[in-house]
Design a protein around this ligand. Structure first.
Ligand SMILES: Nc1ncnc2c1ncn2[C@@H]1O[C@H](COP(=O)(O)OP(=O)(O)OP(=O)(O)O)[C@@H](O)[C@H]1O
Ligand SMILES: [Mg+2]
Length: 383
């Protein structure tokens, strides 16, 4: 049987972070939604060392700020502050560096001077300035790929869904977006060498389509224990677009304390589409969607997790008149186009076969792959 993070292993991991690729400090790590976390003040030596030995996707919890040589009374004070920052969704040092100064000023009890001090300390703990191309290449070595279940599909996207980036799959109903999401929930838990991400999965379900039964059906194929696999998938049902945005704060909090490999949002746009209707609300919708996508990207980069989102399509009014092979366009316009790193267009083929086409990618040119939806998830075509 392949190994999946079981209960025992899980608790050991949270204690020692043994199987986690990220370096963590001793206290609870931080999760950060779009913003960041934490504070504290600092000393230099350790941080300078950290910078020299550049480590990809290092996570520093906000509590680390309390270790930076501040006196006992002040440590207590900052510990309280840190809690305030966590309440505000800042769980990691990086999350603080990723947010605007004005956002930190909104945190209760933080004065301008304190915010400056916190940012100063955070800047000493994490790399925020220029790095060389060589360091960038080193950093990219931490990136991993989660298999889609189909080797044909994997091969056109470099081996699977990439960590530290957003992969979007769009297409009309029944084209396999949800089935692909379910398959990824299982493969994400496989060891890296088996095409997995060796981590847990957070699943934001906006359409009530998550089915544990489908996961169970896929476990046999990968020789995994159904209970272990289901234990490692954390599902949240989102009821409104606002709720969907709020959930990212919880996701960040979880990722700060535990090893996750994948975040799925199925679908990323459906609730925005229903909550904001008509042209009058379009600007507002796009602004909120943009905020959501920016938060997703921060989570992807901060925790080196793969983010997989699904999107619907709409018919273009001039579609029938145009010469386009497929006149349907993904929802979300330019916001989605710019925010997603890799975009896959899915369409139906013969029977249970589906065709995935690279619609946009920073690494790969236009290419197509055929896969099939089966009881055991996404597979290569049988014929
Ligand atoms: N157990 C199964 N065995 C084989 N094929 C299945 C199974 N369950 C679902 N399918 C196939 O998957 C299709 C549904 O795909 P999926 O739910 O991924 O669509 P989707 O792209 O998410 O659509 P929507 O836009 O409505 O959410 C079904 O029409 C069926 O062809
Ligand atoms: Mg679906």
């Amino acid at each position: 049987m392949s190994t999946v993070l079981g209960h025992q292993e899980e608790s050991m991991a949270s204690a020692a972070t043994g199987r986690i690729r990220r370096k963590r400090s001793q206290v609870e790590p931080s999760v950060a939604d779009m913003n960041t976390e934490n504070d504290a003040e600092g000393q230099e030596d350790e941080q300078a060392e950290d910078r020299d030995s550049y480590v990809a996707h290092e996570i520093e919890e906000i509590d680390k700020l309390t270790e930076l040589g501040i006196g006992a009374a002040e440590v207590k004070k900052y510990a309280l502050r840190a809690r305030t920052l966590k309440d505000a969704g800042f769980y990691t040092v990086m999350s603080v560096m990723m947010c605007m100064r004005k956002t930190l000023l909104c945190v209760k009890g933080l004065s301008e001077a304190k915010v400056d001090k916190i940012r100063d300390c955070c800047g000493k703990l994490v790399q925020t300035d220029f790095i060389s191309g060589t360091q960038c290449r080193e950093k990219r070595k931490g990136v991993y790929y989660i298999s889609t279940g189909s080797s044909a599909l994997d091969s056109i996207i470099g081996g699977g869904i990439e960590s530290a980036s957003i992969t979007e799959a769009f297409g009309e109903f029944r084209c396999g977006k949800t089935q692909l999401s379910h398959t990824l929930c299982v493969t994400a838990q496989l060891p890296r060498e088996a095409g997995g991400g060796n981590g847990k999965v957070a699943f934001i379900d906006t359409e009530n389509t998550f089915r544990p039964e489908r996961i169970a059906a896929m476990c046999d194929r990968f020789e995994l224990h159904e209970d272990d696999v289901l234990d490692n998938i954390h599902v949240a049902r989102a009821y409104s677009s606002e709720h969907q945005i709020e959930l990212l704060t919880h996701v960040a909090a979880r990722m700060a304390y535990d090893q996750y490999a994948l975040l799925i949002v199925d679908s990323a746009t459906a609730l925005f589409r229903t909550d904001y209707t008509g042209r009058g609300e379009l600007a507002d919708r796009q602004q909120k969607l943009n905020r959501f996508m920016a938060s997703l990207m921060k989570i992807a980069e901060q925790f080196n997790v793969a983010v997989f989102i699904t999107n619907q399509v709409m018919a273009t009014p001039d579609g029938a008149m145009s010469f386009q092979a497929d006149p349907k366009k993904p929802i979300g316009g330019h916001v989605m186009a710019h925010a997603s790193t890799t975009r896959l267009s899915l369409r139906k083929g013969r029977g249970e076969q589906r065709i995935a086409k690279i619609f946009d990618s920073p690494m790969y040119g236009e290419n197509e792959a055929t896969f099939e939806i089966a009881e055991e998830g996404i597979i290569d075509p049988k014929d």
